[in-house]
Structure formats: C-alpha cells, structure tokens
Design a protein around this ligand. Structure first.
Ligand SMILES: [Mg+2]
Length: 305
C-alpha cells in the first residue's frame, strides 16, 4: 500500500493562471503510479467538474471530478451528517449550491436552520437577508476562514471569512468555520482518500503552501504536512509558527522522483532546521510587533471559536 496525498492547489500546482514548474510532471507521476491523491481546496465557489476543466486548460490532463474535495463538499457533508433535515440560506456560488442540492439539503429564505457563507461577492440585499435569518434564529456557518484570496500578483479579493465577519458584526453571533484547517475537513478528506485507494494508505501526507491552513490542519489531524515554498509562505517565516511542517520542499517537483521510484529523495531535507541561525538573528527585528509589521501586513484567516 502506498502513501496517499492531499494536495492544496493555489500556490502548489498553480499561482493565479500560471502552472508551477514541475507540477504537471508531479501529477503525471501520481497518475502513472496509481498513487491515491485528492486536491483539497478551501475555495467553495467552483464544483469539482469546474476544477477539472480548469486544470485541463492549464495543461494538466487525466484529472476528473473524483480527484477533488472542496470546502463546499465538506460543508454539505458536515450538515448531512450532523443535521440531515436542516435547511439553509446560502451566500455563495455554484459549487456550494450544487453540493447542497446533490445531498438533498433545501434552500430556505424564511426560517433556515443555517446561514451558510461561502466564497463569492454577495449583494448588500443578500447580506441584509442573511442578517434577518440569523436574527430569527439561524446559526452562522462559513465554508472556510480565509479573509482574502489572491487573484493576481498584486491583487486580492475578499474571502468567505470577511463576509462571515460582516454578519458576526451585525448580529453579534459567532460563525463556525469549516474548510482547512478544521479537523472535519481533514477527517472527511482522509476517508475519501481511503475509499479511492480501496484500503488504508500506508501514510497520508498533506502538501500545501500555507502554514495556517495546510500545515496546521495536517498537524492537528495527525498526518504529515509538507510545506512548499512556491506560494504564500517564505522560508524565513516558518520558524514563527508553533506547528511545523514535517518537510519543507522548494516545490512539488522535489517529490516526483520519490513517487516514481518509491525511494525517499535526498532533496527532502528541511532547510529551516539545518540553518545555523535564522535571518531574524542577523536583522534588527527584535520585537514580535516589528516582525509583524515587516512580514505580515495582514493576518490571513479569522480563526473559529
Ligand atoms: Mg494554497
């Protein structure tokens, strides 16, 4: 039995509309060797079919809808398991609406059990409606905690976390956030991976570019977390986190030989642990506030209660 992989997409396979070097060969190696894998994304807007088409247009073929697990699917799985007769008022896009429809969860604009916030740009009218539903007793659930998402080298857009924060402020109610790093996302993704592998993989590895979601979630789920440096995390910042990746890779290309041969690659040493000193030791950033002002202009996710 092989290792199974949960793979983040943005910052791992592509950035905006550009493939990351070596990613197509990495995915080809997974397919050629029959290695079980799932793409795991916090983006609740697209359906798995949409994502397969997107990868195809980017130049990665052989991928179908079964290779994806999104925060929209996770939210629908969560409500199906915990409250199967519930109804929902949705602020979201096709991926989320389709996931609820496929699981028989009804839309309700009058007295829903939950207001569910996903990725998208709701109108003020829809936000006001969601606010009224919460005032009438609906509970607030968000597909993912991302406050913002990258859409270009210098451009971001508001994420589901920001929309949920709007409703938290207007209603005084706290949202519950699914998606990475929530353990339910990892629990259901691991279950899916085992079904796909027709058995339990020898081990499961999460590959991602974001410490707060990909690596934190992996650590809390008790699986390995491999950080790639092709996305949102700079090597110099890794030491700031309490939770640490199992391995740090320049990119997913570092894993391709290991997948093809089954032999651990010597390119997988974690450079952060082999350094004699961290860059901050050489700089003047003495206080944590200085580090924040220099390296972290905006906190990424709003964490759940
Ligand atoms: Mg990412």
């Amino acid at each position: 039995m092989k290792t199974g992989y949960l793979i983040d997409m943005d910052g791992v396979i592509y950035r905006e509309n550009n493939l990351i070097k070596g990613a197509p060969e990495f995915v080809s190696a997974l397919l050629a060797t029959g290695t079980p894998f799932l793409f795991l994304t916090n983006n609740s807007a697209p359906t798995p079919e949409d994502l397969a088409v997107r990868l195809k247009h980017l130049g990665i073929g052989g991928i179908s809808a079964r290779h994806f697990y999104t925060s929209a699917l996770n939210t629908a799985d969560f409500l199906c398991e915990t409250d199967p007769t519930c109804t929902v008022f949705v602020l979201g896009e096709g991926g989320l609406l389709t996931a609820f429809h496929q699981r028989g969860i009804a839309n309700d604009g009058i007295r829903p059990s939950y207001v569910v916030v996903g990725e998208g740009t709701p109108t003020m009218e829809r936000l006001a409606k969601a606010h009224e539903c919460i005032e009438r007793g609906a509970r607030l659930l968000a597909t993912n905690p991302d406050n913002w998402c990258p859409v270009g080298p210098e451009k971001t857009r508001p994420g589901a976390g920001a929309t949920a924060a709007f409703l938290e402020a207007s209603t005084g109610r706290r949202a519950y956030f699914l998606g990475k790093p929530n353990g339910y996302m990892f629990h259901r993704a691991c279950r899916r991976l085992k079904e796909q592998a027709l058995g339990t993989p020898e081990s499961i590895v999460m590959i991602g570019d974001t410490m707060e979601t990909d690596i934190r979630g992996a650590v809390e789920a008790g699986i390995s977390g491999y950080l790639v440096l092709t996305g949102s995390t700079q090597l110099e910042l890794v030491g700031d986190y309490v939770y640490q990746p199992t391995r740090i890779l320049q990119s997913v290309a570092d894993l391709t030989p290991e997948i093809l041969t089954g032999t651990p690659s010597d390119r997988l040493d974690s450079p952060v642990f082999s350094r004699g000193e961290s860059p901050r030791d050489r700089g003047g950033n003495r206080h944590q506030t200085d580090v924040l002002s220099l390296y972290k202009p905006r906190p990424r996710p709003a964490m759940t209660k």
